[in-house]
Every structure is written in structure tokens, then in C-alpha cells.
Write a protein that binds this ligand. Structure first.
Ligand SMILES: [Zn+2]
Length: 253
């Protein structure tokens, strides 16, 4: 089975379920009492909104609700895609990058943030959000919250601020490799967990062996996942080039 294919994604979901994990949206996770094994499926839709729909359908077939974070820019924001994932019962949230888009001007950024959040609220009563890493920008989008409070905008949680990553284990496919810090500038968290994960199959095996913490957040970028071989190869080539650039940027920072 090819890694980062929709087949292996489905196998991952089935394994999580067999291992006794309950699927919660991020909104449910922060607003409900959670005692058992729980997993949050978080999707950052950086681009390729059609791929998000493919993942959303697979989850829906398995009666699973996930959390989808869309950006305001054209390569992500697509009404049809957003409407579909909401209709399939998933949570919609805002993948914000207003500070980078406003080139660091905080006053402009917060106005745009409110406007953009309201755009998303037309589709779903948005309660959570997460920052877009903007790897090519010098501005870290989270810094806007040094001056403002997102709770004033009806947002109850942002993973980077409201999660204890020493308790909840965070796994991300950023750069199409699991937890690859070498190519990740901002999409990483402070944690004491140290699992060596090289493939989705590694995660599946660890789950089967019962080796994982009780609370998980699996963050995926739908553009990394493909069901056809040709699309898979295209992503592979694109990602290889991009990772070289990112490695350089991470070293420089
Ligand atoms: Zn992103």
C-alpha cells in the first residue's frame, strides 16, 4: 500500500477505531469531558480543497467527524468544498494567516481577521481555529494574539495555545513526512513525547501494539494525500523540491 494514499488513510482510521479511540472534533474535545481514548482528526486545507472533500467523504462513511481548517486565500477557500464538508457533519474552522497577509501590520490584520472569520461563520458556527504556518513569510501568525484575545471573537480554542502537548500526542504530516522537524519551521509543538515515526504504517503498527498515548491529534494536509498514482507522483516531486527550500529556511532561522 502506497503511503499518503487514501487507502492507507482509511486503514489508519479503521485501526484507530479498533484500538478503542473515540473520534472527536477539536470543538468537542475542548467543550466536552473526555476520559477515554480520544483522537482529533485535524485537516489544514492549505490548498487542493477537492482533496479535503475526498477525505471528508471517507470519514463520513465511517461515521467519523473531523475538523477542517480552511484558509481565506483562493487556493484553499472554495465554497463548494466548504459546503460539502459541513454537510458531511464535520467541523469547520479558520486556518488564519492575517498577520502574514497584512505584512506584520497588526491593526490591519485584526480587522481582516474579524472579516474573514465572519465569512467562515456564514457556513458554520466557527468555534476553533489554528494558525497557518506561512513558511515563506517572516511573520509568525500567532503573534497577533500578543495584542488581542481571540476569545473576544467567539473562538474557544487554538491548538497552539490551548493544548497540553505533553498530554496530547501531536502527529503531523506537514511536508508529507510524519513529525519531520527538519523541514518544519512553525508547525511543531513543545512536547516530551518522542516516537520515531517514518510512515503511516508505523503509526498503524504502534496502534495495533497499544503503544500510543490516550489522547491524539493527527494533523493532515489533504494536498499531501492522493488516490491516483499520477497525482501521487506529482505531489512527490513537488514536495521534494519544496522540502529542500524549507530545510534551508529552517536552518537559516
Ligand atoms: Zn497551513
Amino acid at each position: 500500500m502506497r503511503d499518503f494514499s487514501l487507502d492507507i488513510y482509511k486503514k489508519l482510521l479503521l485501526t484507530l477505531s479498533e484500538a478503542g479511540y473515540e473520534f472527536k472534533t477539536f470543538e468537542q474535545f475542548v467543550s466536552e469531558n473526555v476520559n477515554n481514548k480520544v483522537v482529533i482528526l485535524r485537516h489544514d486545507v492549505d490548498r487542493a480543497p477537492k482533496n479535503a472533500v475526498k477525505m471528508a467523504k471517507i470519514e463520513n462513511e465511517l461515521d467519523i467527524r473531523a475538523s477542517y481548517y480552511y484558509r481565506i486565500v483562493n487556493e484553499s477557500f472554495n465554497e463548494k468544498s466548504i459546503n460539502t464538508i459541513v454537510k458531511l457533519g464535520h467541523e469547520l474552522g479558520y486556518h488564519y494567516e492575517d498577520l502574514a497577509l497584512a505584512k506584520g501590520k497588526t491593526e490591519n490584520a485584526i480587522k481582516e481577521f474579524e472579516k474573514n472569520l465572519n465569512t467562515f461563520k456564514k457556513f458554520y458556527p466557527v468555534k476553533t481555529m489554528c494558525m497557518h504556518g506561512s513558511p515563506m513569510s517572516k511573520w509568525d501568525n500567532r503573534l497577533i494574539w500578543q495584542q488581542f484575545d481571540y476569545k473576544d471573537f467567539g473562538i474557544i480554542a487554538e491548538p497552539y495555545f490551548d493544548i497540553d502537548f505533553n498530554k496530547l500526542f501531536y502527529i503531523t504530516d506537514a511536508s508529507r513526512a510524519w513529525n519531520n522537524e527538519e523541514v518544519t519551521l512553525r508547525d511543531k509543538v513543545d512536547t516530551n513525547y518522542n516516537y520515531q515515526i517514518n510512515s503511516t504504517l508505523d503509526i498503524i503498527k504502534m496502534l495495533e501494539n497499544g503503544n500510543f498515548p490516550n489522547e491524539l491529534m493527527i494533523s493532515t494536509h489533504p494536498h499531501n494525500w492522493a488516490d491516483s498514482y499520477i497525482e501521487w507522483i506529482k505531489i512527490y516531486i513537488w514536495q521534494t523540491i519544496k522540502n529542500q527550500v524549507k530545510k534551508y529556511l529552517v536552518k537559516k532561522s
